[in-house]
Design a binder for this molecule. Structure first.
Ligand SMILES: [Zn+2]
Ligand SMILES: [Zn+2]
Ligand SMILES: [Zn+2]
Length: 169
């Protein structure tokens, strides 16, 4: 049986023998010295919560309490969910959601009902106006982020017209 302890950085539950916290990427160095995956001479400073690469201070950074490699620093994360898609076109976001669901991902969405909300309220307040401009967002669990992004890229490339595909070459 695994014993659970609290991560000293984010207070989420982790197993006692974890080398790093999967929720925030904090490295527990009791296990001995570890080195950056990219820079083998530099000591590891944290683990990217998206791709689980071990980073040094030069190639990783903590953003709002969580550790990211330079490639994933811009990924938006809320709790244990990572944003894979956003668009002010709710129909686009709905398509992405159904693509991900059909490939077996857990999906959470935000702002899908902003239009309905505005008509329900019937008001023209600054709040409902700002809701119009809020992009619809699609989230998947953080460990599924890389796979889900591949799924979206595959889906987009299958939608690409021949003209666009040629101009990319
Ligand atoms: Zn943590
Ligand atoms: Zn990463
Ligand atoms: Zn490095």
């Amino acid at each position: 049986m695994d014993t659970f302890i609290k991560c000293p950085n984010c207070s989420d539950e982790i197993t006692e023998d974890s080398d790093f916290c999967p929720h925030c990427g904090t490295l527990f160095t009791e296990a001995g010295p570890v080195f950056c995956d990219l820079h083998p001479l530099e000591s590891g400073a944290g683990v990217c919560i998206i791709c689980r690469k071990l980073c040094c201070e030069a190639c990783g950074a903590q953003v709002r309490g969580r550790y990211f490699c330079s490639a994933h620093r811009k990924v938006k994360v809320e709790q244990d969910w990572a944003e894979v898609f956003r668009s002010t076109e709710i129909s686009d976001a709905e398509l992405v959601k159904s693509v991900l669901e059909s490939t077996g991902h857990k999906v959470q969405v935000q702002n899908f009902n902003s239009i309905g909300f505005i008509w329900d309220g019937g008001g023209d307040s600054p709040i409902s106006r700002s809701n119009i401009n809020k992009p619809a967002k699609v989230f998947v669990p953080i460990p599924e982020y890389l796979k889900a992004m591949e799924e979206i890229v595959d889906w987009k490339s299958s939608e690409t017209t021949i003209d666009e595909a040629e101009s990319e070459m």
